[in-house]
Design a protein around this ligand. Structure first.
Ligand SMILES: Nc1ncnc2c1ncn2[C@@H]1O[C@H](COP(=O)(O)OP(=O)(O)O)[C@@H](O)[C@H]1O
Ligand SMILES: [Mg+2]
Length: 603
């Protein structure tokens, strides 16, 4: 993936939420002020109620005098504490709600954009990635960011404000003592910085291993039939547990750092507390500080400790969030090589002719899977590709809807390079039946209707009938309303192909591409489909990969592919007359004169 992951992309999302984030932060800052006021009634209880010092001048008109109405003053102060406590609870509640909701909205926005981005990335990207790891990025990593955004507002901000306020108040009370107290802050900060960076490293390892583990699990479950057929459960368990082990060890390493962090923080805090209490008590004995003021100091100190611990927690959350930002940023920064020209309008009409001109292609640079491929597709014509497995047929087909770009030559849509057209236009011109058709977890008719936006059950039924699939559907328990399980489960390979073909027939795309569409069909169904394809050819261009006589024989042009090159081309009869490689292949597959066909064996 991208070697320089970006972190700042998150700011854009935060900016969009600024009113709520701002409101939440205001509420939380107000709460910090309440926390600041909280120890003061207690100070007055000690100094004015218990030791009966006179009230400060500005308080005297507001409260009962301790000298005459001690109990009344105590009641007033206790009520004051209660009121502050209530206000605190209210602010916590409102602030939490606002910030948590904002965090959630940011999370969903990121998740949506990540999903939208990922599903537009080219097939080459998805083939090289483990979908389990991508899933983890979309779920867990995004969740980490949500935690981070909420905790920034809920924990870090109010505590930072509290600390600043406390420092100011303490300095006013007794600056010497205050400086000593504040001297505890830098060591805490240093501890946080050191451990945060360690923790980040550890968390990165954890996420990587978790991603790999997710990937393995997803892959094994997707291939569960092969695993069971070859009794490889134990082997897969070993593979899984080997990765799980790495994951566990990485997790333990992260836990160790986290535990060290907590312990170091705890130690520093108690040490500082002991020192400060000792010195404060000395100052009370010297008469430079009242007992109540010491209480304020100690209460604030506890107040310091909370944000310090919070800092540890925030350090943990933010370490995870930084890694999540990296991992999501990597995906978001991934650019599709299938660039689109800006501001180019799609042609107003469907394409009439697609031409491949001296196309060369390799999946890796320097590799040549296709060389010098040229042919034309136009309405009313059927072009067939034949050739051994691995000769490059599927690859040619994938260049037409621009799943890949040719490395030399060009694919022209009505004479315009497909790279100069909007990608959506290019894709809309082509209906594809892939070699391994994928179905959604939905009814059969819904799967067929996917071929055309807005198509309904009746349209799907019509397409299935056109393709001659009615007898096949009748054999299914609920016909066209049968539910397809995940990844097309519950249907035979042939049935899956039929659904995919009906889907392509339903689409209005002017070009239909079929990649070995009949390889799993019985001879009778295949013949019906061939007839449907021939009908299709009257209005549309068809590019078909097939081995069987009944399908291929009606092609206007057959291209024989050998190791990525077209070695022979022409209609069936001409190619047979040439007695070349095509004729040889043909004889090998179907017997000397195609006798007994089209019941030929599956390829
Ligand atoms: N995604 C891919 N990455 C790298 N190589 C590939 C990929 N897909 C196919 N190939 C290679 O390209 C060649 C042609 O494959 P393909 O077009 O699928 O053949 P066919 O459809 O004729 O059986 C094969 O050698 C195959 O190994
Ligand atoms: Mg193929």
């Amino acid at each position: 993936m991208n070697p320089t992951p970006q972190r700042w992309w998150l700011l854009g999302y935060l900016r969009r939420e600024w009113p709520t984030l701002g409101a939440g932060s205001c509420l939380m800052s107000l709460r910090a002020l309440v926390l600041l006021a909280l120890p003061w009634p207690m100070k007055a209880i000690i100094d004015n109620v218990i030791f009966q010092h006179p009230l400060e001048r500005w308080l005297a008109p507001l409260l009962a005098s301790p000298l005459r109405h001690r109990v009344l003053l105590l009641d007033e102060l206790a009520l004051g504490m209660l009121a502050l406590g209530g206000l605190d609870a209210l602010l916590v509640y409102a602030g939490n709600r606002v910030l948590l909701n904002a965090g959630q909205r940011v999370m969903f926005a990121i998740r949506f954009n990540l999903f939208a981005h990922l599903q537009r990335l080219p097939l080459a990207f998805h083939r090289n990635r483990r979908s389990g790891d991508l899933n983890l990025r979309m779920s867990e990593d995004v969740k980490q960011l949500q935690d981070f955004i909420s905790s920034l507002g809920i924990d870090l901000l109010p505590h930072a404000v509290t600390v600043l306020g406390m420092a100011a108040v303490l300095l006013l009370l007794d600056w010497r003592y205050a400086l000593l107290t504040l001297a505890a802050a830098p060591p805490l900060l240093i501890i946080t910085i050191i451990f945060s960076s360690k923790l980040r490293h550890a968390v990165r390892q954890v996420r990587q291993h978790d991603g790999a583990l997710n990937g393995i699990a997803q892959e094994i479950l997707a291939c569960v039939q092969v695993v069971q057929a070859f009794s490889r459960e134990t082997h897969e368990e070993e593979r899984f547990s080997a990765q799980a082990d790495k994951s566990l060890r990485a997790g333990q390493a992260a836990n160790r750092v986290q535990a060290q962090f907590g312990a170091a923080m705890g130690l520093a805090i108690t040490g500082a507390t002991a020192l400060i209490t000792w010195y404060g008590a000395l100052r009370v004995l010297d008469g430079r500080l009242s007992a109540g003021e010491l209480l304020v100091f100690l209460a604030y100190l506890r107040g310091f400790a909370t944000p310090a611990r919070q800092l540890a927690k925030t350090g943990r959350v933010s370490s995870r969030a930084l890694i999540a930002m990296e991992r999501i940023g990597e995906c978001l920064a991934e650019q599709s090589p299938l660039t689109e020209p800006e501001g180019v309008l799609a042609p107003p009409h469907p394409v009439r002719r697609i031409s491949l001109r001296q196309v060369g292609f390799g999946y890796q640079p320097g590799q040549n899977v296709l060389r010098d491929i040229s042919f034309d597709l136009m309405a009313g014509r059927m072009v067939a590709l034949a050739g051994a497995t691995g000769s490059g047929k599927t690859t040619i087909v994938s260049l037409v809807p621009r799943f890949h770009d040719p490395s030399s030559g060009a694919v022209l849509f009505d004479g315009v390079d497909s790279r100069a057209l909007p990608l959506s236009y290019v894709r809309q011109q082509v209906a594809l039946v892939p070699q391994e058709p994928a179905l959604f977890q939905a009814t059969i008719w819904e799967n067929i209707a996917y071929g055309r936006l807005g198509a309904g059950r009746e349209d799907a039924l019509g397409a299935a009938r056109d393709a001659g699939l009615q007898p096949l559907l009748d054999r299914l328990p609920e016909g066209i309303d049968t539910m397809v399980a995940e990844r097309g489960g519950g249907l035979s390979g042939g049935q899956r192909q039929c659904v995919a073909i009906a889907r392509a027939l339903l689409s209005t795309a002017p070009v239909v591409i079929l990649d070995e569409p009949t390889s799993s069909l019985d001879a009778a169904t295949e013949r019906q489909l061939s007839a449907a394809i021939a009908r299709l050819c009257r209005q549309r261009a068809v590019l078909i990969i097939a081995h069987r006589l009944s399908t291929i024989i009606q092609a206007d042009e057959i291209l024989l592919l050998e190791q990525g090159r077209i070695t022979e081309r022409g209609p069936h009869r001409d190619l047979m007359k040439r007695q070349g490689a095509y004729a040889q292949l043909w004889t090998m597959l179907h017997g000397a004169h195609g006798a007994g066909l089209p019941q030929a064996a599956n390829q």
